[in-house]
Design a protein around this ligand. Structure first.
Ligand code: SAM
Length: 354
C-alpha cells in the first residue's frame, strides 16, 4: 500500500530482525535468576537428595506460585533442572557443577554476584511477588498495568507517555507482521483492548481499508494514541475510548478483539477474567486475538521467552504463558483456539473463535 505524503505507514517492515537486541537486553535476567537460585535460595543443594514435585519445591523455597514458575522455567530453559512426570530434578550439568561441595562445584564463583543490585532486586521481587514501583514508599507506580486500588504509572501524564512510547519501539517493528498474519476480510470493527499507541490497530486499518477500530486504554495513554492516529492518517476510522478493562463495560459491536501484550501483564485469575469479558463481548463467529509470546507447553523454554518472563514478572503482575495455558483460558471462556501464527520478536497470534 502507498503511503500518502506526511502520513506514516505502520506497514513498513524493518530491513533487519531486531530480535537479538531484545534477547541481549533481557539477558541480565539469566544472571539474576541463576545467582538467586545458587546464592539466595540454595536451590541446587535442596535437590541434591532427589527430585521434588513442583508444589513441594515451591514450599521449600517459600515462593508463591508465580515467582516459582518464573524461576524454575528459566532454570529448566538453561538446562539446569528437568521435570519428568511432575517431579523436578537436577540435570547432570547442575548436579556436577552447582551442588555445594561437589568436586567440580562452581557455585561460589556464581555467588560472586550475590550482592549485586540486580540480583538483590530480583531476590526481593521473587520473595514478595510484587512488581517494581507498586508498593507504598516506591516512586512512580507500576509500569504498564492499572487496576482499581493499584499505584500505576499509567495514570500520570509523563510516566504514561514514557512507558507508552517505549512500547512503540517494539510495536512499530512487529505491527506489519501482525497485519499480515491476521485476515480481517470479514471483519468490520476491531476492538484493541489496552491498545497503547494503537500502532497494531493502525497497521490493521491501513492494511484493511474497510475496517474500523476502537483503541481502549487509560485516559493518559490515549493522549499518545490520539497523536498517533493523526500521524498514521487513520483518525477517521479509529475511535479512542478510555476505561478500565476489568471494571468498565467494553465498547460494543466489535467482531474482532485484540489483546496484544496484555495477558502477560496479569496473573492467571485476571487473565481469565479479561478473556471471559472479551468473549462475552463478541458475537457468534467473532474472534479474540491473543498477540503475545508463548512458552513451551512443558514450561521449560525457550530461554529468550523464559528471560522475558522474568522481565514481565519484575514490572507487572504477570509472566509469559504457554500456548497450552492460553488455550485453556480461551476454552474456559467458550472460544475455540486456532493454530498460533508467528509475527516478529518471538511474538505470535493465537485466535479464539466464538
Ligand atoms: C504492555 S502494554 C501493551 C500495549 C499494546 N497493546 C502493545 O502491544 O504494545 C499494556 C497496555 O494495557 C493498558 N492497561 C493496563 N491496565 C489497563 C486497564 N485496567 N484498563 C485499560 N487499559 C489498561 C496500559 O495502559 C498499556 O497501554
Amino acid at each position: 500500500m502507498q503511503s500518502a505524503p506526511n502520513r506514516r505507514s505502520a506497514l513498513d517492515r524493518p530491513a533487519t530482525d531486531p530480535s537479538p537486541i531484545f534477547e541481549n537486553f533481557r539477558g541480565m535476567h539469566a544472571s539474576e535468576l541463576l545467582t538467586a537460585a545458587v546464592a539466595h535460595f540454595d536451590l541446587f543443594g535442596r535437590l541434591q537428595q532427589g527430585s521434588l514435585d513442583f508444589q513441594s519445591l515451591r514450599l521449600a523455597l517459600q515462593l508463591e506460585e508465580r515467582p516459582a514458575v518464573v524461576l524454575l522455567t528459566a532454570l529448566k530453559a538453561m538446562g539446569l533442572l528437568q521435570e519428568l512426570d511432575g517431579q523436578v530434578s537436577l540435570t547432570d550439568l547442575a548436579a556436577e557443577h552447582l551442588v555445594p561441595g561437589g568436586p567440580f562445584d562452581c557455585g561460589d564463583y556464581v555467588g560472586l554476584a550475590a550482592q549485586t543490585p540486580g540480583v538483590l532486586t530480583m531476590v526481593r521481587l521473587l520473595k514478595t511477588n510484587r512488581p517494581l514501583g507498586s508498593d507504598e514508599g516506591e516512586e512512580g507506580g507500576a509500569a504498564f498495568i492499572y487496576r482499581d486500588g493499584m499505584k500505576s504509572a499509567m495514570e500520570a501524564e509523563d510516566s504514561a507517555r514514557h512507558f507508552t512510547l517505549a512500547l512503540a519501539g517494539r510495536a512499530k517493528n512487529v505491527a506489519p507482521y501482525l497485519a499480515d498474519a491476521v485476515s480481517m476480510q470479514d471483519a468490520k470493527l476491531l476492538l484493541d483492548v489496552g491498545g497503547g499507541t494503537g500502532i497494531y490497530s493502525h497497521a490493521l486499518l491501513q492494511k484493511n481499508p474497510n475496517l474500523q477500530a476502537i483503541v481502549f486504554d487509560r485516559p493518559q495513554v490515549l493522549k499518545i494514541a490520539d497523536q498517533m492516529t493523526q500521524e498514521y492518517g487513520v483518525a477517521d476510522r479509529c475511535q479512542l475510548v478510555s476505561g478500565d478493562m476489568f471494571a468498565d463495560p467494553l465498547p460494543e459491536g466489535a467482531d474482532v478483539i485484540l489483546l496484544s501484550n496484555i495477558l502477560h501483564d496479569w496473573d492467571k485469575p485476571e487473565c481469565q477474567l479479561l478473556v471471559n469479558r472479551c468473549a462475552a463481548a463478541l458475537p457468534p463467529g467473532g474472534r479474540l486475538l491473543i498477540h503475545d509470546v508463548f512458552l513451551n507447553d512443558a514450561l521449560d523454554g525457550p530461554l529468550p521467552i523464559a528471560l522475558y518472563s522474568a522481565s514481565l514478572f519484575s514490572f507487572t503482575e504477570g509472566r509469559a504463558y504457554s500456548g497450552a495455558e492460553y488455550r485453556e483460558m480461551l476454552e474456559t471462556a467458550g472460544l475455540t483456539p486456532q493454530p498460533i501464527q508467528p509475527t516478529l520478536v518471538h511474538c505470535g497470534v493465537l485466535a479464539g473463535v466464538k
